[in-house]
Design a protein around this ligand. Structure first.
Ligand SMILES: Cc1cc2nc3c(=O)[nH]c(=O)nc-3n(C[C@H](O)[C@H](O)[C@H](O)COP(=O)(O)O)c2cc1C
Length: 197
């Protein structure tokens, strides 16, 4: 299976930030239609796209803050044709698995019909900065960074009239097994996005 080159995100789209904040909502109903690749590109870039390139002195930056810029959370995109890891520097999707996991992103019945999903995976093998000095804080860092990414996705969805829901009720063991994640890669949450019904 091949990696997917995403179209460039539409950075010139206009929608007032204050309006996105006002309209941000959890919506658990969506059409079954797949999202266009342009929409997927915009969602992923909003979530944690690159906003500053790396230099010799410093690592790249993304749309989300990150403790010590450790960028612990990776975003996996779940499409009909399989699961892909989002590489923000190249703005592309790297092939992970050809299994369609969209029906197991959440344990609630309505989550089984997801047209597009995100899996937030905290990669604790990146033993940078704060985790090295205080292991006990790692789940706070994982949850916080995921929360920022998810909120960016929520705001984009509000601006593009898409339904979205962040999901804690996930069978993480099952999903991790299907994806072949080792014990250092921890699923924090999943999120579904679809066209408003
Ligand atoms: C950390 C977190 C976990 C959540 N998990 C779920 C979930 O498993 N299932 C679900 O239907 N909604 C879930 N939600 C969505 C909340 O139910 C929703 O945000 C809340 O009802 C408030 O609605 P609003 O987002 O429209 O303001 C979660 C939200 C957060 C912040």
């Amino acid at each position: 299976m091949k990696d997917i080159i995403l179209p460039q995100p539409e950075l010139n789209r206009e929608f007032p930030l204050m309006k996105s904040l006002q309209l941000r909502r959890t919506k658990r109903k969506w059409k079954k239609e797949l999202l266009p690749l342009q929409e997927i590109s915009n969602i992923l870039w909003s979530g944690c796209g690159e906003t500053l390139k790396a230099t010799i002195r410093s690592k790249n930056r993304r749309t989300v803050p990150s403790a010590c810029n450790s960028q612990l959370v990776d975003v996996y995109a779940c499409l009909e044709r399989g699961v892909y890891k989002y590489l923000s520097s190249e703005h592309k999707l790297e092939f992970v698995s050809d299994v369609d996991v969209r029906s197991i992103l959440g344990t609630q019945k309505m989550m089984k019909s997801a047209p597009f999903g995100l899996i937030y995976v905290c990669d604790f093998s990146k033993r940078t900065g704060i985790i090295k000095s205080d292991e006990s804080k790692k789940m706070f860092l994982a949850g916080t960074e995921t929360g920022f990414i998810s909120q960016n996705v929520y705001l984009y969805c509000a601006s593009s009239n898409l339904s979205t829901v962040l999901i804690a009720m996930v069978d993480r063991d099952r999903l991790a097994e299907v994806l072949g994640l080792n014990e250092l890669k921890v699923i924090t949450y999943t999120q579904i996005v679809g066209e408003v019904q």
